[in-house]
Design a protein around this ligand. Structure first.
Ligand code: BES
Ligand code: MN
Ligand code: ZN
Length: 486
């Protein structure tokens, strides 16, 4: 991973990046005042260049200017827009890409601006992310960025937090991009064990098929029953001394979703290795919270199963008995996510009794139909919880949009043979899935939030800090939100 260092002093680096911002109506962009100013000659030259460079100062715009024999010998003008965290995040990602053939770059930033540094660092570390199983054909990438500041010590914590956030987002991307031939449920659980191994303050329990069966996790067992790779339930606990709030995070961990007996057509199945992006996000956020020593107790549950087609797969029309005893009738084995989540949520409510319950899931294609590519659908009864989550996610650069838990559709969940019908195909797909999950929240109904993040879990194109493929959606927003709880 790209190294970012805070450096003081006014050395003359070889490659120097100067931030610029829009100049206002018709005016050319202007240099942003920085903590460590460039030499007068460099500043004068950059200022003179600006009108000619056809830049606007928009976040992420970047232009290289060569100064043969000069010091610096390469000057980069980098748009940071309004100069807020989002502007710097886009700028950092653009710099990571434009500077990929450099080995080291130095950038000047405004004095005392923690949000600029945070945005820059996360943009650099996420924009430079790449997933490859082999290094054959790998190109050398930008190795180090030095950030010029007056007092490196004063910003060290900010940089460290940004680094943890980006590292954990990259971990979630790695897990989600990994082919399903590798990442069966036991493998995923092993990855969590590996990541938690050097932390005695993190507790991990992994249940296999036998324990799941003994304890009555019927949803996880039904969905996982069609695969030779048995299901798992990961329970990861971060329990700092003195924590007053206990949050349970639940993430959907379908390591591949064929649809089961209700098999998906080819186009719908091709990316279904990403169907564990929710589990990846909650695990990575919990590891991040532990690394940052956030003073909040977090228990993360990742129900892991592979939804396959086989003689042992569950069938449409089967009745499933979930953890805690509620039963559901499934007439479409492709609506598998809610079945594994229901078990984990019921377990959390009955056994862990947390203060707050949040689940993340690549739950429905309807998420993207309603909200497009980048917004998750947020469901919560509690307005304050919804507002807090939306604020944290927006600040972190992840988008969600609140959707209605419309009781009108409750009748869709009626079944003749079970307590609930889990897969009614009558429309309002994302809302109905949320209503189904709500039935498993017990007395946490008002302290639960559900994020259907099928759409933003994946990016088809390079966009700001997003690279092609898994986005790690949820890690940044969850960490931001968890940091507000005490
Ligand atoms: N994993 C899918 C949802 C999904 C679709 C995620 C596209 C990412 C991209 C989920 O298990 C599913 O198949 N949902 C069905 C539900 C339906 C059968 C009630 C859907 O959305 O079609
Ligand atoms: Mn499915
Ligand atoms: Zn699925």
């Amino acid at each position: 991973m790209l190294a970012i260092r805070l450096v003081s002093g006014s050395t003359r680096p070889d490659a120097l990046v100067l931030p610029i911002r829009p100049g206002g109506s018709d005016a050319p962009p202007a240099l942003v005042p920085t903590a460590v100013p460039p030499g007068d000659d460099v500043r004068a030259e950059a200022t003179a260049l600006l009108p000619a460079a056809r830049l606007t100062g928009a976040a992420g715009e970047i232009r290289e200017h060569l100064r043969p024999g000069g010091a610096p010998s390469r000057l980069w003008l980098l748009g940071v827009g309004d100069g807020d965290e989002a502007g710097w995040r886009s700028a950092g990602a653009a710099l990571a890409r434009a500077g990929k053939d450099e080995t080291q770059i130095t950038i000047s930033v405004p004095g005392g601006s923690e949000s600029a540094l945070r945005g820059l660092a996360e943009g650099l570390l996420l924009g430079s992310y790449r997933f490859r199983l082999t290094e054959a054909g790998a190109r050398p990438a930008l190795a180090r960025v030095d950030v010029l500041v007056t007092d490196p010590d004063a910003l060290a914590d900010t940089l460290a937090a940004a680094r943890v956030t980006a590292e954990m987002t990259r971990l979630a991307r790695d897990l989600t991009n990994t082919p399903s031939s590798t990442k069966h449920p036991a493998w995923f659980a092993d990855q969590v064990a590996g990541a938690a191994a050097d932390r005695p303050d993190l507790h991990l329990r992994v249940r296999g098929p036998e324990e799941l069966s003994a304890e009555g996790f019927g949803g996880i067992l039904a969905v996982g029953g069609g695969s030779v790779q048995g299901p798992r339930l990961v329970e990861l606990d971060w329990r700092p001394a003195g924590a007053r709030t206990h949050v349970v995070l639940v993430g959907k961990g379908i390591t591949f979703d064929t649809g089961g007996i209700s098999i998906k057509p080819v186009p719908a199945m091709k990316l279904m290795r990403k169907d564990m992006a929710g589990a990846a996000a909650v695990v990575a956020a919990t590891l991040g919270a532990a690394a940052l020593r956030l003073p909040v107790r977090i228990t993360t549950l990742a129900p892991l199963a592979e939804n396959m087609v086989s003689g042992s797969a569950f069938r449409p029309g089967d009745v499933i008995r979930h953890y805690g005893g509620l039963t559901s009738e499934s007439t479409n084995s492709d609506a598998e996510g809610r079945l594994v989540l229901a078990d984990a949520m019921a377990y959390a409510v009955r056994e862990l009794k947390p203060d707050l319950l949040v689940d993340l899931a690549t739950l429905t294609g309807a998420n993207a139909v309603a909200l497009g590519k980048r917004h998750a659908a947020l469901y919560a009864e509690n307005d304050d919880l919804a507002a807090d989550l939306l604020a944290a996610m927006t600040a972190a650069g992840e988008w969600a949009w609140r959707m209605p838990l419309a009781d009108d559709y409750l009748e869709y969940l009626a079944s003749d043979v079970a307590d609930l019908h889990s897969s009614p195909a009558r429309g309002a797909g994302s809302v109905v899935a949320a209503l189904f999950l709500r039935e498993f929240t017990g007395d946490l109904r008002d302290r639960w939030a559900h994020l259907d993040m099928s759409a933003p879990s994946w990016s088809d194109d390079v966009h700001g800090e997003l690279t092609r493929g898994a986005t790690g959606w949820g890690v940044r927003g969850l960490l931001r939100w968890l940091a507000t709880l005490g």
